[in-house]
Design a binder for this molecule. Sequence first.
Ligand code: LMR
Length: 331
Amino acid sequence: IAGCGARSSQGSSGNEEGSSSSEDKIVVKFSHVVAENTPKGKAANKFEKLAEKYTNGKVDVQVFPNSQLYSDDEVLSAIQQNNVQLAAPATSKVSKLFPEWQVFDLPFAFPDTKAVQEAMESEEIGGKLFSMLKEEQLLGLSMWDNGFKQMTLDSHTLKKPSDFEGEKFRVMSSKVLEAQFEAVDANPTPMPFSEVYSALEQGVINGQENTLSNIYSKKFHEVQDYMTISNHGYLGYAVITNNEFWQGLPDDVRKNMEKALNETTKWVRENGKRLNDENLKKIKEDGTLKEIHKLTEEEKQAWIKAMDPVYKEFEEEIGKDLIDAVKGLRE
Ligand code: LMR
């Protein structure tokens, strides 16, 4: 890979890389898997506008939503090869390269998004996790929120841990998420996001966990009958670029891209929850689900207890210090 992003000559052929032609733009491809009307989808589009504005059109940000360019499993290596310059995979997916990132998947680890943001900003959690990425040519630029995950199923309402028994749930590629479902005797099936709708429709899986914005925008509520508002796990994103590409950008361009990114991060932090809440309303209005159950405090305590062994099981893989730091946020 050249240490520089793709350049489009916009019709002026024959320009060497680094040519000063004002028509040359630095092309920044941003690949993601969700719909555009979600926190990440909206944030990516917002970043495109702001980055182009702040760099006076020196960059051309091209956003590819809905797994159009790469699916979950491919995007990190596409960044390493500089085939795409930006992506914002769920933290769970970063754990394929760095198992420590599974700390965000631990069940009931965070009481609210404020606690997640605190974790990401702390040196002992966020600082540590972001610094690892460089070992693999990656650079973590920011953390974007989606929100908390809810459970859906085809056959009954999930209230007690025993309600999970024998059911097949789709999970993102994370061993902790698999362990979470195994702890309640369910069968986890890792699968890319782009395949979930048809797997639910065809009954290859019976249920899944995701945020309300992902459930609504991908119509999972049309192929499931029961939803439990459980807020049992967090789903957020690491905005990642190719380190060499980013460092190779002209200073003014990089600064203005960072400015655009900071503004976008602020926006998604302030609006992620609102978007998910609006999606719950829309799911209710659609009326396709037979029941939406909000987990009671007592039920929640039973889930916490049933899923608690996951913490011990992953102490070595994630690191006790990271797990303790996350637990410390709750105290
Ligand atoms: C999923 O695979 O369920 C999520 O990571 C999708 C996303 O990017 O929000």
